[in-house]
Ligand binder design. Structure first.
Ligand code: FCB
Length: 479
């Protein structure tokens, strides 16, 4: 811990470590039909019966669009060093390409200026899943044209905000866009076709490449450019060769089909072989794509929530003796295609999402990725959904969240001690928000949002995080 300041029996972080919180446009903004914003695939998905819990939508969400000043003050009050937010493509370029909507850009200009005035570093994500429907009507991520349109849109945003924004993230979790959106049907646009997911996967990476090139040519040295991936800490249920092989396949799908093209300019051979068996003859990769996709980056963002334990499907029940239950084969055709089952650890601590709490997964992942990629890392999302409520005194005592954040920050710090160049950490989320297919049922915020009134209440975790940021480290005992 040479570069850390020791603080009582707590854990210190290096000077300059970036302490942030994150949100995403569709999850917080609301004002869905205002000031020229067009529909996104999530607006449309939410209106399809049965897609989103209780038919919830992002129409109003946290009304962040109208409460911008209040939210900026909230961030300043927390002492945030950085705020990661996403730009809604349908607000800025409503038809996906072409006409620019000045009112939409103005919102982000005010947001970025407000952050700067308060000494908070803006970190812009260009795509956090809200694709304009006009582009979906032309095939969405199945069409290569969407990747070109993303480059154009990036140029517009960079031209407007480039003087005030230094850190840019092209895509958030393209795994979810491609595989949850096109193979499993649980995210917009709700398709269930493995071949489509493969095409979407590649086109998303081509879109990333277009955005990198647009940012470099618009902003040159001024821009630090990265991508955010939800990489997995994938563990085989046992050392049985079938479980090890299943875990390797899942690792291929979650990790290597991103890391290899982005950092080595090739797709992993075992994955190419496996995926070709799903859709023989699918050709979406063109000459020059992998070279563009592997253009140098300045950092990599990692979102981490929970590790995964994987077995061969036929061995799922054989694992009970090892304290595992074979409950959830990977969803539908996706799990079948990978011949893998995801297991649950009996008695494990879980968040309200049902996700296992195991901070060692974050440490393991950071150490592995830190070894494999040549750029600094940021944890761009990490956090927990808890059963939060305002008690009779009005307080939200989310001690489980504090414990979760504290233990994951300790894990991150251990990875740094092991040599990982981790530059910052963003809690998911600044405030409770629209949790995609689960609507408003899951609360991840440091700040509690009363949806009917929009009222914000700092949770106990917000006060705890403010203290962590203030001392640049963790206090001796959690809470
Ligand atoms: C991530 C998403 C983010 C949020 C968290 C809980 O996959 O990037 O928008 O929903 O999960």
């Amino acid at each position: 811990m040479s570069d850390a300041q020791a603080i009582d029996d707590g854990v210190g972080f290096p000077e300059g470590f970036l302490w942030g919180a994150a949100t995403a446009s569709y999850q917080v903004e609301g004002a869905a039909g205002e000031d020229g914003r067009s529909e996104s695939i999530w607006d449309r998905f939410c209106r399809e019966p049965g897609r989103v819990l209780h038919g919830d939508t992002g129409d109003v969400a946290c009304d962040h669009y109208h409460r911008l000043e209040e939210d900026l003050d909230l961030m300043a009050g927390l002492g945030l060093g950085a705020y990661r937010f996403s730009v809604a493509w349908p607000r800025v370029v409503p038809e996906g390409r072409g006409r620019v909507n000045a009112a939409g850009l103005d919102f982000y200009r005010r947001l970025v200026s407000g952050l700067r005035e308060r000494g908070i570093v803006p970190v812009v994500t260009l795509y956090h899943w809200d694709l304009p429907v006009a582009l979906d009507d032309e095939g969405g991520w199945l069409s290569r044209g969407t990747a070109d349109a993303f480059g154009e849109y990036t140029r517009v945003v960079a031209g407007e905000l480039g003087d005030a924004v230094g850190k840019w993230i092209t895509l958030n979790e393209p795994w979810c866009s491609a595989w949850l959106g096109y193979a499993m049907g649980v995210h917009a646009p709700g398709h269930e076709d493995l071949g489509e997911a493969l095409a979407a996967h590649h086109h998303l990476l081509v879109a990333h490449a277009s955005a990198v090139s647009a940012l470099r040519s618009e902003l040159g040295e001024r821009a630090e450019v990265g991508i955010t991936l939800n990489l997995g800490a994938i563990r085989p249920a046992s050392d049985h060769p079938d479980d090890v092989a299943a875990a390797r396949r899942v690792d291929g799908n979650h990790n290597r089909i991103f890391l290899d093209p982005l950092f080595a300019g090739r797709y992993p051979e075992d994955m190419v072989e496996l995926m070709a068996s799903w859709r023989p003859g699918l050709t979406v990769v063109r000459d020059g794509d992998l070279e563009a996709i592997s253009a140098p980056l300045d950092f990599l963002g990692i979102n981490f929530y929970s590790p995964a334990t994987v077995s061969a499907p036929e061995r799922a029940t054989a694992s009970v003796d090892a304290g595992l239950i074979g409950s959830t084969p990977e969803a539908g055709s996706f799990g079948a295609a990978h011949r893998a089952a995801t297991l649950s650890r009996i008695g494990a601590k879980r968040t309200a999402m049902g996700w296992e709490v195991d901070p060692s997964g974050l440490e393991e992942l950071l150490v592995r990725v830190g070894r494999e990629v040549p750029v600094p890392l940021y944890v761009t999302e990490n956090g927990a959904a808890c059963e939060d409520y305002r008690d009779p005194s009005g307080a939200v005592r989310d001690t489980e969240r504090i414990e979760y954040l504290d233990s994951h920050l300790r894990a991150a710090r251990r990875a740094m001690d092991a040599g990982v160049d981790l530059r910052g950490y963003f809690a998911w989320s600044l405030m409770d928000n629209f949790e995609w297919a689960l609507g408003y049922s899951k609360r991840f915020g440091l700040v509690f949002v009363d949806y009917p009134t929009g009222e914000r209440t700092l949770k106990q975790s917000a006060a705890w995080y403010r203290e962590v940021i203030g001392r640049n480290g963790l206090p001796g005992a959690a809470g």
